[in-house]
Design a protein. Structure first.
Length: 113
C-alpha cells in the first residue's frame, strides 16, 4: 500500500514521468515488506516552488506507507529517490525534500488493511 507523490518545479514530458514512475515502482522494495503489488505513485510537474530563496529545479516527495519501517530503510529509499530525480529531472539532491508518513488505517477495495 505504499504511495509516492512527487511534486516538482520541472516541466516533464509524459515519457520522463513514466520513467520516474517505473523507477519508483522498482525502488519501493527497498522498504522491507513492501512490493509493487499495491504500489501507487504520481508525478506532478511544473509547480511553482521557491527553495533556498530561489527557483531552481526543486522537488517535494511524499512517501506514505501502511505500517512502519526503519530509519535506515527510509534513508536508503531517500537516496534512491534523490538519484532518480537528479537523473530524470536535473533536481539536485539539496533541492529535494522527502517526507515519510506511516499510516495506521488504509482502505482499499471496500475493506481496511
Amino acid at each position: 500500500m505504499p504511495f509516492i507523490n512527487v511534486k516538482t518545479s520541472v516541466k516533464a514530458s509524459e515519457e520522463i514521468k513514466t520513467s520516474i514512475e517505473n523507477k519508483l515502482t522498482e525502488s519501493i522494495s527497498l522498504l522491507p515488506g513492501k512490493t509493487s503489488n499495491y504500489f501507487m505513485c504520481a508525478v506532478e510537474d511544473n509547480i511553482s516552488f521557491m527553495f533556498h530563496g530561489d527557483k531552481e529545479n526543486t522537488a517535494f516527495v511524499e512517501v506514505k506507507i501502511f505500517g512502519k519501517s526503519t530509519r535506515e530503510a527510509y534513508e536508503t529509499l531517500t537516496s534512491r529517490i534523490c538519484d532518480i530525480l537528479e537523473e530524470e529531472l536535473a533536481v539536485s539532491p539539496d533541492y529535494c525534500y522527502v517526507k515519510f508518513e506511516e499510516v495506521e488505517n488504509w482502505g482499499f477495495n471496500r475493506f481496511m488493511f
